[in-house]
Design a protein around this ligand. Structure first.
Ligand code: NAD
Ligand code: 3PG
Length: 389
């Protein structure tokens, strides 16, 4: 029986996909965490924890260094909530272009009998513009950004994208009419609207700061539905005072943004649709089951892709540092135990490498001896022995 611990509100439809081999929230020695935005940075990881699956996109709430040192695999659910964010950004474009928030606030505060007469008189204050023919800059063209860019094209907007790290797979999803900028400043220089869809990391802190905002035209409207910290709030407020930014919309409130007429804050609802939450929870549950039962890895954050059909009787999975001579040391231990390897695969990504070794004959004493011996190799972070059922 595998033990799962959940954090945050995880869609029941996703949790229901766990088979009878899984128990939820019954043990303080869980094999897996299924999480959303809970901040794990000051969290003590139990030694039992083999995998963390984040239902959603952002993994800035997970301490990857700790996970690497513990040999804990980290996954997210790529694309599971991208459509939800896309639809919200489309709504924001319409809200921003038509001055909708201010217009609705105005009508909500007028209840006198002459409301219709004053409405007709005052409505010119809320004249908007159309999105047709306007320019949208999309910073980050991954799962969310590519959907936003393509959808904005279909509204008749000019779309210019910036993503220097775009994967070949992601590039296939972007309509050819989306213009590519080679620098962030070039992307935003003619934009009426700028929307940011990048992960939060050391490299993207204050990605949109004073120099980038200065490169934007006057009266630009800026959307941050990525993460707090990617846009420099102080620079935004200064640009609002200078009349460069007309309005800032963000999903990430902070005290300095409160009570600012030209700032609209939503409570981190970009991925909060029923559909996205079910997608994320279902994908995360499936990822956990595959990883715990087979050790196979597809699209992990901190491990390389490695998928080997599990046909042998036993499987060792070994997470180790990406340093020379690991495979040699590992296979020597198997040879010392007199074991014949049925299949072996190894791959590396960043600081970590991952080795899968299948064997057909393994008695109890050898399994214990080998697990201990492999664990004692200095650069090994975690060894698991899986039994084929
Ligand atoms: N508000 C919400 O509820 C909500 C929902 C989903 C995602 N998000 C946030 O949005 C982020 C993006 O989500 P996604 O699913 O599109 O992720 P993704 O990984 O599919 O795409 C991110 C893209 O950003 C690009 N990128 C990285 N650094 C960049 C930089 N310096 N300049 C330009 N591009 C850069 C990458 O190359 C990648 O193509 C997530 O990491 C998360 O923080 C927020
Ligand atoms: O990164 C994400 O997927 C979004 O920010 C959604 O976060 P949530 O699952 O906490 O709503």
């Amino acid at each position: 029986m595998y033990q799962i611990k959940t954090f945050n509100a995880i869609a029941p439809a996703g949790l229901n996909t766990f088979t009878n081999n899984y128990q939820l929230n019954q043990s303080d020695q869980p094999d897996a965490y299924l999480i959303r935005s809970v901040d794990l940075h000051d969290h003590q990881f139990p030694t039992s924890l083999k995998v963390i699956a984040r239902a959603g996109a952002g993994v800035n709430n997970i301490p990857l260094d700790t996970a690497n040192a513990n040999g804990t695999a980290v996954f997210n659910t790529p694309g599971s909530n991208a459509n939800a964010v896309k639809e919200l950004v489309l709504a924001l474009l319409v809200i921003a272009s038509r001055n909708l928030m201010a217009a609705a606030d105005y009508s909500a505060t007028h209840t006198e009998a002459d409301v219709s007469q004053r409405t007709e008189h005052d409505k010119t204050k809320f004249n908007g513009t159309e999105l047709l023919g306007k320019t949208l800059a999309v910073v980050g063209l991954g799962h969310v950004g590519s959907l936003v860019a393509n959808a904005a094209l279909s509204l008749g907007m000019n779309v210019i994208g910036y993503d220097p790290y775009l994967s070949a797979d992601a590039a296939w999803n972007i309509a050819k009419q989306v213009q590519r900028a080679t620098t962030l400043k070039m992307a935003v220089k003619n934009a009426d609207y700028v929307t940011v869809h990048v992960p939060k990391s050391e490299d993207t802190l204050n990605l949109i700061g004073a120099p980038e905002i200065t490169a934007m035209p006057k009266d630009v409207q800026l959307f941050n539905y990525s993460r707090g910290g990617i846009v420099d709030n102080a620079a935004v407020l200064a640009a609002i005072d200078d009349g460069r930014i007309a309005h800032y919309y963000t999903d990430f409130g902070e005290p300095q943004l409160a009570d600012q007429a030209a700032v609209t804050v939503t409570p981190h609802i970009g991925g909060s649709t029923i559909e996205a939450e079910v997608n994320g929870a279902t994908q995360a549950a499936q990822t956990i089951m595959t990883y715990l039962e087979t050790g196979n890895v597809t699209a992990a954050i901190n491990l390389p892709n490695l998928t080997v059909p599990f046909n042998a009787a036993y499987r060792f999975t070994i997470i180790h540092e990406n340093v020379p001579n690991m495979v040699g040391q590992i296979t020597t231990k198997l040879a010392d135990a007199g074991l014949n390897i049925a299949t072996m695969a190894n791959a590396a990504k960043g600081h970590l490498a991952y080795t899968i070794i299948d064997v057909d004959d393994l008695d109890h004493d050898s399994s214990q001896y080998l697990t201990d011996a492999l664990n004692k190799i200095p650069a090994v972070a975690r060894v698991r022995l899986l039994i084929h059922h």
